[in-house]
Each structure stands twice: as C-alpha cells, then as structure tokens.
Write a new protein. Structure first.
Length: 184
C-alpha cells in the first residue's frame, strides 16, 4: 500500500514542477513574443505606406484618368488620411513595445517620415509613419478618413483643378482619388 501512495505523491510533485517550469518559460518568452509581434506590425505597415506612395506617384505621373486599386491591411494602429490642410497620410501605433527609431528624432526612409516618441506607459512607444504630399498634391476626402482592417483603396487621377492643381479624394467606399496639378 505504501508504494501506491509514493507513486501518487511522485506524480503530483512531477506535475507541479512541470507547471512551474512552463510558467517560468511563458513569463520569460511572452515579452519577447510581444516585441517581435509589434516589430512585425510596424514593418508591414511601412510596406503598406511604401506601396500606397508608389501607386499615388504612379497615378500622378500617368496623368488624368489613371487609376490603381491598392489593398491596404492595417492590423493595428490607426491609418489616417488627412485633408485638413496637412495633406499627409499617417499611420500611428500607440503603446508599441519596440522603438523603431530613436525617440524624438524624425527619421526619413524614402518618402516616409518615421517618428518614435515615448508613451505615457513605461517601456512603450508611440510610432508614427507619415507621407507628406503638401508640395505635390492636395488631399480631398469624402466620408471617413480612418482606415482599419483590410480595405481596397482606389487611387484615381482627377486631373487639374483651378484651386488645387493636384487633389487626392477619398470617399466613403475608401476610394482614394488623386487629381494631379500640372504646376508641380
């Protein structure tokens, strides 16, 4: 009888030790996994911004009537198309676990501008990736300007207008219409 009790006690001890080991591994590994996830999200969003910029500039070069459809997949953060005089497209990811650049310093990457700031929560950062079109075009929006999830943007060159030589329009169906100004 004593042998049966010893076997059960051993099994319970091994089970308890196994749970402790798994807990320690998860406690050590989870922050690393979260940092890798955040870095991957930032890299994917930078690629989306590069692709969108390439297509906008291509439509501008091709002239009035040119159009492209671009799929945009925003997994986290907010993707904002600003037409309130700023004429820029911005992706902001708050409370990232990784700084993608030196905090407080603007870092150009191609046509993109990357800025990282320290967030109010210790050990987190706010990352902003933007493209400025103020010298190239005016962005005109219709409807919502914040995009999340998987969306298709239709980029269309509407040609010149009297007031704004280059205009990018965004409507409720997430159509991005780009009108080109010949002045630039």
């Amino acid at each position: 009888m004593e042998k049966r009790g010893d076997v059960w006690i051993s099994a319970i001890l091994y089970f308890g030790i196994g749970i402790v080991v798994i807990t320690i591994l998860l406690a050590a590994g989870l922050p690393v996994i979260n940092k890798l996830r955040d870095k991957n999200i930032i890299i994917q969003s930078k690629q989306v911004m590069h692709t969108l910029d390439e297509n906008i500039r291509e439509v501008i070069r091709e002239g009035p009537g040119s159009q492209r459809v671009v799929s945009v997949n925003i997994k986290k953060g907010s993707f904002v198309i600003d037409s309130g005089g700023e004429n820029n497209i911005v992706w902001v990811y708050e409370n990232s676990k990784v700084p993608i650049s030196e905090p407080g310093i603007d870092v150009p990457e191609g046509k993109l501008n990357i800025r990282t700031e320290k967030a109010p929560v210790e050990g987190t950062y706010n990352v902003e990736i933007s493209i400025d079109y103020s010298q190239l075009a005016d962005i005109v929006k219709e409807g919502s300007t914040t995009i999340t999830g998987l969306s298709d943007l239709v980029i269309r060159n509407n040609g010149q207008s009297v007031d704004n030589p280059l205009t990018a329009d965004i409507d409720e169906s997430l159509m991005l219409q780009v009108s080109i100004n010949e002045a630039n």
